[in-house]
Design a protein around this ligand. Structure first.
Ligand code: CTP
Length: 395
């Protein structure tokens, strides 16, 4: 979850540090934007320290001269939650006013917005405020109603901002986030491996790492800790619960899998590991000559096989089978031979599936005898299907 917490100027802003900590604990990345008057209620330093990100307040940072790009904020986030949302901010949102960074970000957001109001009871009941709520609700905003209780004015009634736990629950509901893997550690191998021939050449393949990174993102969204051991790739992903371990060769990948396997619950082996490596790497660049060049290749270790041979009763191994012929038969042979719990077949014969593509078409086979065939989908959606199956299988 990538969440922007937008804070407007109300006393309930004192609850926002608790909300940020709760979001972070549940695996979210958080950025804060404050309206100028919110600074009177809570220090930006508290918010930047807890969120581990700079806080956006003005359109440009007067000290650094850096522009706070509201469009980039909107593109980054999965959800904008405005808490506390004051009557003033709600009114501006309902009319499209745009006189601060938070409102500009709201207007630029294509993702969903959650409004968490907080105000005095008579303000909350005022027909103007109610009209604004109706407007925003029909604009498609999610609204978490205020609760009843003691208010800052000393009065008692409806207007208290919902508690951070309720806000988190609502966010998870809106984003359809089920922290089903909370407390679990998922080890994922991704990308190609490069096996050096000499200082400037290597044996490799066209794997982009996209499937492995999509799997990592899904695991993080499900609340897991992820160790992503990946070969050379241009993919990027940042998250507090993610450890990326970059490697080059199959031997390095195996070494890191061995170091992290005993503390992992599930291993997903999506890397396209080079099956062979040169018997020896030449120290100097190989010069060309007229004679044919012969390379002697030796077999690389099989990483998923090692993990399967060394798994406890509680651990699962999930592998891929990339096939061009006899697809199902070969995938099932790999499931058996590599003692995997689940194998995901992707066939290079399917249009839109395979290396470097953003889409994939898979069939899942598992050791309990289940087979599931899926349509061509975005790799992010394929990752959802894979984790749905893993969770179902582990029940
Ligand atoms: N794999 C691995 N280590 C290797 C080779 C493969 O961990 N040295 C893993 C892959 O990450 C994948 C599964 O094994 O999860 C199957 O990989 P694939 O390339 O389809 O099969 P191979 O075992 O390499 O067999 P072949 O190339 O002959 O099809």
């Amino acid at each position: 979850m990538r969440i922007i917490v937008g804070i407007s100027g109300g006393i309930a802003a004192y609850k926002i540090p608790f909300l940020i900590r709760l979001l972070k604990k549940n695996g979210a990345d958080v950025k804060c934007i404050m309206t100028p008057s919110a600074k009177d209620f809570i220090s930006p330093l508290v918010l930047s320290t807890l969120s581990n990100n700079p806080v956006g307040i003005d359109f440009w940072n007067k000290e650094t001269g850096v522009w706070n790009n509201h469009v980039q904020y909107g593109e980054w986030a999965d959800l904008l939650v405005i808490a506390p949302a004051t009557a003033n901010t709600i009114s501006k949102m309902a009319t499209g006013a745009c006189d601060n960074l938070l409102l500009a970000t709201y207007l630029s957001m294509r993702q969903k917005t959650l409004l968490v109001p907080a105000m005095d009871l008579d303000m909350y009941q005022h027909p103007t405020v109610k009209r604004n709520f109706e407007q925003l609700s029909s604009d498609g905003l999610h609204i978490l109603p205020a609760e009843s209780g003691e208010l800052a004015s000393g009065l008692f009634g409806e207007g208290r901002m919902a508690e951070p736990e309720m806000i988190l629950k609502k966010i998870q509901e809106i984003l359809d986030v089920k922290p089903l893997l909370l407390g679990k550690t998922i080890l994922i191998t991704a990308g190609p491996t490069h096996e050096a021939i000499d200082p400037v050449r290597f044996i490799g393949n066209n794997s982009s790492g996209k499937m492995g990174f999509a799997l990592a993102k899904r695991a993080l969204n499900l609340g897991a800790k992820v160790k992503l051991i990946c070969g050379p790739t241009t993919c990027v992903l940042e998250h507090d619960s993610l450890e990326i371990i970059p490697v080059i060769t199959a031997d390095e990948m195996l070494f890191n899998v061995q170091a992290h396997w005993s503390t992992s619950d599930i291993g997903i082996f999506s890397a396209a590991v080079a099956d062979y490596k040169p018997a020896k790497m030449e120290v100097e660049k190989i010069k060309k000559s007229d004679a044919p060049l012969q390379l002697t290749l030796v077999k690389n270790p099989d990483i998923v096989q090692w993990a399967s041979n060394n798994k406890s009763a509680k651990q699962l191994t999930v592998g891929f089978a990339l096939e061009t012929n006899n697809e199902s038969e070969n995938a099932l042979t790999k499931l058996l031979n590599k003692k995997m719990d689940i194998v995901i077949l992707n066939s290079l014969n399917e249009k839109g599936a395979g290396f470097e593509k953003d889409t994939n078409k898979i069939t899942i086979f598992d050791s309990k005898g289940a087979t599931k065939i899926f349509n061509l989908k975005q790799k992010s959606e394929v990752a959802i299907d894979i984790f749905d199956h893993i969770i179902e299988y582990s029940k």
